[in-house]
Design a protein around this ligand. Structure first.
Ligand SMILES: Cc1ncc(COP(=O)(O)O)c(C=O)c1O
Length: 290
C-alpha cells in the first residue's frame, strides 16, 4: 500500500496506514507505559546509526525484562521497507515495543506477547532560524525517576517540562537534579568552558544519546579536549558555548538559558565545526561504528 509523502506503520507483522493501526486498550503500553522505544533518523532514504539504536533498544528492553524475539536484521528489513513503501527520504523511524496485551494487573502476566510497532513519518522541521541563530532554554528540576538510562515510553515529566518551556517561549527544558545538570527533556547537553567540551557522565541520570556519543567521537578526532563530568547550573551560565544533541535536532546551539545570554549570544565555532563534521558523517552513511 504505497503512501507517498505520508507516514506508514508496521504493527505486529503487517504494514498499514496510521489511520488503520489499532492497539488494544488493554495494551500495557497504554495502561502502564510498560514499554521502550527508539527513534532512528532516515537521511536520503537511508537509516542512520540503525545498529546503535537497535543495541540501545535491546538494552532498554532487557532493563525492564521485556523479551522480544524479533531479530535486528528483521527490524532493519522492516525499517527499510517502511522507507521504500512510504517513499519518505528524510524521516523519523520509530520503534516502539510494549509488553503486550493482557487484563490490567501490575505484575507481568504469565503469557503475553509484545506489541511491536514501527512507524515512519516526515522529519519535524526545526523552528525557523534555530540553527543559524540558536535557541533558548529554561532550567527545571529533574522530576524523573532513577532509571533515566532506559529509553522508556513513560515520558510524562518530559512532556510537562517541554510544555513549561513552550509557555516560557523557550525551545528546550534543561533538567537539574540536586544542583547538577543532567540533560534536556528530549536531548543531551554539552558546554564549552575554558576550551574544554563537557557533558554529564552517562549514568542513571541521563539517556546516553547516540548523537552524544557521536559528538564525543568527533571531538576526539578533531583534537578537541572533552570531559564527561558533573557540572552545576552556574557553569551553564558561564559557558562559552552550549549546545544540545539528539537524533531529531542533531546539534543545536543554545544561546540563552533562563533569560541569560550564553557566551556571545550566538552560535559558537565549536558547535559549528562539530555540526559540519556530523553532516559529513551523515553523507558518508553508514557512519563508522561507535
Ligand atoms: C531524554 C533524552 N535524552 C537524550 C536524547 C538524545 O538521544 P539520541 O541522540 O540517541 O536521539 C533523547 C532523544 O530523544 C531524549 O529523549
Amino acid at each position: 500500500m504505497p503512501m507517498n509523502g505520508n507516514g506508514l506503520v508496521w504493527l505486529n507483522g503487517s504494514f498499514m496506514s496510521f489511520e488503520e493501526a489499532r492497539i488494544s486498550i488493554e495494551d500495557r503500553g497504554f495502561q502502564f507505559a510498560d514499554g521502550v522505544y527508539e527513534v532512528v533518523r532516515v537521511y536520503d532514504g537511508k537509516p542512520f546509526t540503525f545498529q546503535e539504536h537497535l543495541k540501545r533498544l535491546r538494552q532498554s528492553a532487557s532493563l525492564i525484562e521485556l523479551d522480544f524475539k524479533i531479530e535486528d536484521d528483521r527490524l532493519k528489513e522492516i525499517g527499510q521497507e517502511l522507507v521504500s513503501r512510504s517513499d519518505l527520504k528524510d524521516a523519523e523511524l520509530y520503534i516502539q515495543i510494549t509488553r503486550g496485551v493482557a487484563p490490567r494487573s501490575h505484575a507481568f502476566p504469565r503469557e503475553i506477547y509484545p506489541t511491536i510497532l514501527l512507524s515512519i513519518r516526515p522529519v519535524r522541521p526545526l523552528p525557523e532560524g534555530a540553527l543559524e541563530k540558536g535557541v533558548s532554554a529554561i532550567t527545571l528540576p529533574d522530576e524523573r525517576w532513577a532509571r533515566c538510562n532506559i529509553k522508556s515510553i513513560s515520558l510524562l515529566p518530559n512532556v510537562l517540562a517541554k510544555e513549561k518551556a513552550r509557555r516560557a517561549g523557550a525551545y528546550e527544558a534543561i533538567f537539574i537534579r540536586n544542583g547538577i545538570v543532567t540533560e534536556g527533556a528530549s536531548s543531551n547537553i554539552f558546554l564549552l568552558l575554558e576550551g574544554v567540551l563537557r557533558t554529564p557522565p552517562a549514568d542513571w541520570r541521563i539517556l546516553r544519546g547516540i548523537t552524544r556519543d557521536l559528538v564525543l567521537n568527533l571531538a576526539g578526532k578533531e583534537g578537541l579536549p572533552s570531559k564527561e563530568e558533573e557540572f552545576g547550573v552556574e557553569k551553564l551560565y558561564q559557558a562559552e558555548e552550549v549546545f544540545i544533541t539528539s537524533t531529531a535536532i542533531e546539534i543545536l546551539p543554545v544561546v540563552e538559558i533562563d533569560k541569560r545570554k550564553i557566551g556571545a549570544g550566538k552560535p559558537g565555532t565549536v558547535q559549528h565545526l562539530l555540526y559540519q563534521k556530523f553532516k559529513q558523517l551523515v553523507k558518508e552513511n553508514p557512519a563508522p561504528a561507535l
